[in-house]
Design a protein around this ligand. Structure first.
Ligand code: TYM
Length: 351
């Protein structure tokens, strides 16, 4: 197994990132260790299962940005990931900008990706809106870089939230077309990666609007729980979260058409590691006056220790630099063979 995933280092890590992706990263990192132990005990393959997690700083320049904020954000997000449980001794943690193979492979895949495929990307359509002509070229080709990110390492599994599913399907299409066009049938260059999407937290919605996803780019701070929020801020944001006047239903079907209620119940279920039905079994018939404080406390219980670790880690700039430098050196090494094979398959002469 080769697990690869990334996050843009813009803004704060929020509950959507945590439940949709990062918590799965940590789980898979732990599973990977067990798999390696079992493999070694059975005298199996010497090739280790490995997780690679990265800060997608190259992706972040596809939108207008402040350079100093991007460098600071990259270090902050590194601290946040370690605080959540990503262990740089067990997983390879790095930022794209220190591994030029990402940008190189993106260019090499640019001959394979089709304009029509990119034109169909919903993220492109959402972000560009009516002003396509005014967008950066990077915003349009963004999914090709994302394909390069995972194909470069022969990723088998890519843990992401639901909003990244289409980009992963594109990565598979690019890999498949490249293998068909340039490789012998028994010697494909690229592995087709599978997205891993947590069913219970595929799409965490804004606390202010149940039809919009929780996002770093929402101008309203009240729309999201940041992992660095203190207990008071979390309790207050949950108290003010938009809801309806009805009590919670006892059955899941009763959440239909109640997007805000469904979101809060979903968050509770994901945080507590139980099903939505179980949450409704406990809170069905009760109003939000009872449910919200319980949800707030559950969030504080899990997030408070993360926020404390985050504050300690982010103060140590040298340690963060060292984590990224070490991760990048390992990533560069792992990227080499696939990058070489891609150049060769395309007939590019490199001396
Ligand atoms: P990004 O930085 O927007 O988000 C990081 C991860 O968090 C998930 N996520 C959510 N999950 C559930 N509910 C939400 N409200 C929510 N908001 C965000 C995202 O699905 C993602 O898994 N393009 C990517 C970064 C990237 C990447 C990659 C990911 C670059 N290269 C290669 C995987 C593989 C992005 O902007 O994610």
């Amino acid at each position: 197994m080769r697990v690869v995933s990334g996050i843009q280092p813009t803004g704060n890590l929020h509950l959507g990132n945590y439940l949709g992706a990062i918590r799965n990263w940590v789980r898979m990192q732990d599973e990977m260790e067990e798999a390696n132990r079992a493999q070694a005990a059975a005298g199996g393959s010497a090739e280790k299962n490995q997780c690679l997690f990265f800060l997608a700083d190259l992706h972040a320049i596809s939108m207008p940005h402040v350079p100093a904020d991007l460098s600071a954000g990259t270090l902050e997000m590194t601290a946040a990931l370690v605080a959540c449980g990503i262990d740089p001794a067990r997983s390879i943690l790095f930022n794209q900008a220190q591994v030029p193979a990402h940008a190189e492979l993106q260019w090499l895949l640019g001959g394979t990706a089709r304009m029509g495929w990119l034109n169909r990307m919903t993220q492109w359509k959402d972000k560009a809106g009516k002003n396509r002509e005014g967008q950066s070229v990077a915003l349009f080709t963004y999914p090709v870089l994302q394909a390069a990110d995972v194909l470069l390492y022969q990723a088998t599994h890519v843990p992401v939230g639901e909003d990244q599913k289409q980009h992963l399907e594109l990565a598979r299409d690019i890999a498949q077309k490249f293998n068909n066009d340039f490789c012998a049938e028994d010697a494909p260059v690229f592995t087709l990666p599978d997205p891993i999407i947590p069913p219970e937290a595929a799409r965490i919605m804004s606390l202010r609007d149940g039809s919009a996803k929780m996002s770093k780019s929402d101008p309203s701070e009240a729309s999201r729980i940041n992992l660095a929020d203190d207990a008071d801020a979390i309790m207050q944001k949950i108290r003010k979260a938009r809801t309806d006047p009805e009590p919670l239903p006892s059955e899941k079907a009763g959440l239909e058409g109640r997007a805000e209620a469904a979101n809060l119940v979903g968050i509770y279920a994901a945080m507590a590691g139980v099903t939505v039905e179980e949450v409704l079994g406990q809170f069905g018939g009760q109003g939000f006056g009872a449910f919200k404080p319980a949800l707030g406390e559950l969030l504080v219980e899990t997030l408070d220790p993360i926020a404390t670790r985050f504050r300690e880690l982010r103060a140590d700039r040298e340690a963060l630099d060292a984590i990224l430098a070490r991760g990048a050196a390992r990533a560069r090494e792992m990227a080499g063979p696939t990058l070489d094979a891609t150049y060769r398959a395309l007939g590019l002469v490199r001396g």
